[in-house]
Design a protein around this ligand. Structure first.
Ligand SMILES: [Zn+2]
Length: 198
């Protein structure tokens, strides 16, 4: 099996609404126009050897993978789970997702489905920590996990950004401009400017 390269492109770049560059997984940024052309080629060329990850323009996290994987691992689109999380989701663990186990967050025996929303890549070490002691893992939204340790402490993790997150926006409504200074008092009209009373 040949490993596929993943081209990640922000949604707004594909829609022509921004010029934010893409990222070729493992290689680095790729200019906007080339990213758009490669995406178009990927959509029309069945032999394309790369997948396109569409990312959230603000967070840079994966929204969608194209084409959706056709290969299933015990009924699961494992490639999608790998692409979203990239690594073992245990805080600070760096083990690449394709070399991890896929953990059922709610155990299969307990009715947990084999779906991306109920699975997480865990390296064999952390997988056994989770299954052999009183840790629980809950996926709140795709790629966002809450890991609860045996003392009830929560650890939150989120998926990596695959394209650069948007820089903070300048404030739309900064402080109102300072009030204009009050009008200068009218200069006193010298009495002798008055029209003469006669
Ligand atoms: Zn791990």
């Amino acid at each position: 099996m040949r490993a596929r390269i993943q081209l990640n492109v922000p949604l707004t770049t594909l829609m022509g609404l921004s010029q934010r560059p893409g990222e070729l997984g493992g290689f680095g940024p790729i200019v906007t126009e080339v990213a758009r052309r490669l995406t178009l080629n990927q959509l029309t060329n069945p032999d394309a050897r790369y997948t396109v990850g569409v990312t959230h323009p603000i967070t840079g996290q994966l929204l969608h993978l194209h084409p959706l994987p056709q290969r299933f691992l015990r009924g699961l689109q494992a490639e999608l789970v790998h692409a979203l999380n990239q690594r073992c989701i245990w805080p600070t663990c760096r083990r690449p997702a394709p070399t991890c186990d896929l953990d059922h967050n709610t155990p299969h025996a307990g009715g947990g489905p084999t779906t991306p929303t109920n699975t997480a890549p865990l390296c064999p070490h952390h997988h056994s920590v989770k299954t052999e002691s009183a840790w629980t893992l809950h996926q709140t939204t795709p790629g966002h996990y809450t890991l609860t340790d045996p003392h009830g402490r929560h650890h939150h993790t989120h998926p990596p950004d695959l394209t650069d997150p948007a820089p903070p926006q300048p404030q739309k409504n900064p402080k109102p401009p300072p009030a204009p200074p009050p009008p200068a008092p009218r200069p006193a009209t010298p009495a002798d400017d008055d029209p003469p009373p006669f």
